[in-house]
Design a protein around this ligand. Sequence first.
Ligand SMILES: N[C@@H](CCC(=O)N[C@@H](CS)C(=O)NCC(=O)O)C(=O)O
Length: 344
Amino acid sequence: MKPLKLVGGYGSPYSRKMRAVLRFRRIPFSWIMRGSREDVGIPAVPVALIPVLVFPGEDGKPDQAMIDSTFEIKRLEGMFHERSLVPRDPALAFVQELLEDYGDEWLTKPMFHYRWNYAADIHKASHILPLDRDLNLKPETLAKASKFIAERQISRLGVVGSNEVTKPVIEDSYRRLLKLLDNHLAIGNRFLMGARPGVGDFGLFGQLSQLTHFDPTPAAIASAETPRVVSWVSQVEDASSLEVDDSAWISRDAIGQSLRAFFVEIGRVYAPFLLANARALKSKADKVECEIDGRPWLQQPFPYQGKCLAWLRESRAALGDSDRKFVDSILAGTGAEQIFSAAI
Ligand SMILES: N[C@@H](CCC(=O)N[C@@H](CS)C(=O)NCC(=O)O)C(=O)O
């Protein structure tokens, strides 16, 4: 098979997630920076998002392009069986899915918040992102592009719910996540669920690739407080040399307090958001208003995250009875169980 193409950006967490996935899975691909001179002949996708994954059309058929890292990973799972990111045990696979969703959909809030709130972070991202597409930009063009991107992104802070009131909620949730990942690694774990990475690891990795290595404010917090997490992120970025087999996944009885702490965190911040967002969408309200971590939360409803809640519920419902009971027993008392039990 010809190599796939991954079209994305260095500053895009989901692009970094997919690149790390392809590297770990040892699937041949070429990396194309969106908007660069190499970005030619890529089939159109329904929504202008990155990363775009392009599957070569064999036997003269046209290439096929798709978006959305979660579904890109699923398609790869169907095509390639070695070095899968999904445990064979359906209950553990579900737990990975929940962790991936939290990484993709909550951690993107701290990522976007830090990048477009603090002067040093705004300056770095707004100047480097245009150069990633064209290294030879003239200074005047770069100045215009930086101003444009900074203004556009800052105007979108409300879309992820970042404002003066929610700032401590978002920042505290980032610091807690760093601490609980640090603790999980410090007690001898290499990845979230054993000695091999799953979709959950890559979900966290995508956002952390920016938070701990690119954006100055959150990167300084990570190196000062949890250097182990900074190193973990470097290791997940390219885990192509890691040898794995099925025994590398943890068994059900090895799920301990350090992993359970992630579900407590999900219950604390992500669950109330997901539920309030779904209720706002259902009632066609123009705002999501709720309380998260003891503070008022206000943002625009986010239709995609309404779908995330529905997909999580479907996945749990599709489990066999004993697998569902096991998942419920892991989530019981963490707060994350509300995602599945609360009325919308
Ligand atoms: N759920 C999607 C999210 C993709 C996404 O939001 N990508 C951002 C960049 S990280 C994007 O393309 N935003 C539009 C833009 O930058 O113009 C995924 O997992 O791939």
